[in-house]
Design a protein around this ligand. Structure first.
Ligand SMILES: [Zn+2]
Length: 306
């Protein structure tokens, strides 16, 4: 199974006519999670054909407006739709209090829906999204306010069964194959027991992605993105303005490429472009460091396969 990355907003600081404020959908069969929820994210999600009822979780990196301001509106829409299923909203410390303020002021309108706020702390860790196929983890990043990046993966799949070898071992085609694939020894009609070892390959890792916004280049981003199929990293400025980027807690495309190379991420997706930069040019100057770089564009889907 593969993941689909659908950028819903790729601008830094504020939306422009070409780029919405930060938001990215990570979708698999029948469900999706939303990384950041800048202003306009719910409209972009509708344009992308994503069903809001299939949203499993919202992962907010930090509370700057260009990553958060779309959340109250999205929660209100889910409330109006009469959603009963709880919604996980993970994010930095302070998220719960902020949402409580908005709820008390009557700004949220979440109706019957329970919003499960999971504040990330310290070195981050597992983000439990009950009933979801997605495996989510967080790690702290280095920005001007408490910020966490997220890693989203599909579960590991069972190894491949060597059918020929199984038949040679005397296992008849049928339900016993499924037992072997699941790692269980099987008993044959003649009483012999056949172990799965040697007949079934190792489990195959599910597709995975990491989302690192906003941050200066930091070791924690490398840890977050270790071995992922796609790293989505901010690239607010071109490398000529690295000093400005750092002063504002951001990275350049070249620096994001170094992070991706260090983490051995297969593909790098650059996003969070300042309205003053050309995203394609930022990607181009980073290509000498990492061979597979995509400059994200709103609603331009990126397939992530293992
Ligand atoms: Zn930002």
């Amino acid at each position: 199974m593969r993941l689909r990355l659908i950028p819903l907003g790729t601008s830094a600081g504020r939306p422009t006519l070409q780029r919405g404020a930060s938001a990215l959908a990570v979708a698999a069969e029948g469900a999706w999670v939303l990384c950041d929820c800048g202003e306009g994210a719910q409209l972009s999600a509708q344009r992308a054909g994503l069903s809001l009822s299939r949203l499993d979780a919202v992962l907010i990196t930090h509370l700057h407006g260009d990553h958060f301001n779309g959340l109250p509106g999205l929660l209100g829409t889910l409330g109006l739709e009469g959603r009963q299923r709880p919604l996980v909203v993970a994010g930095p410390p302070g998220l719960a209090e902020l949402l409580q303020h908005l709820a008390r002021a009557g700004s949220l309108g979440t109706g019957e829906m329970e919003v499960r706020v999971l504040e990330q702390r310290g070195n981050g860790g597992e983000v439990r999204v009950e009933g979801s196929q997605f495996e989510v983890e967080s790690r702290p990043l280095a920005h001007r306010v408490p910020t966490f990046g997220f890693r989203v993966a599909l579960p590991a799949r069972t190894g491949t069964l060597d059918v020929e070898a199984a038949v040679v071992a005397g296992v008849p085609a049928g339900p016993l194959f499924a037992d072997l694939k699941a790692g269980r020894p099987v008993t044959l009609p003649d009483g012999r027991v056949v172990e799965p070892a040697g007949l079934v390959g190792p489990p195959r890792r599910g597709a995975s992605m990491a989302y690192a916004l906003d941050t200066v280049p930091c070791p924690s981003a490398v840890e977050l993105a270790r071995g992922v199929d796609a790293l989505v990293h901010e690239a607010t400025y071109e490398h000529g303005r690295a000093a400005l980027a750092h002063e504002r807690g951001h990275s350049t495309g070249v620096e994001a490429a170094r992070i991706a190379a260090d983490a051995e991420a297969a593909t790098l997706v650059l996003t969070h472009f300042s309205p003053s930069v050309n995203g394609d040019a930022v990607a181009e100057e980073a290509r000498s460091i990492h061979p597979r770089i995509v400059a994200a564009k709103d609603l331009l889907e990126i397939a992530v396969d293992r």
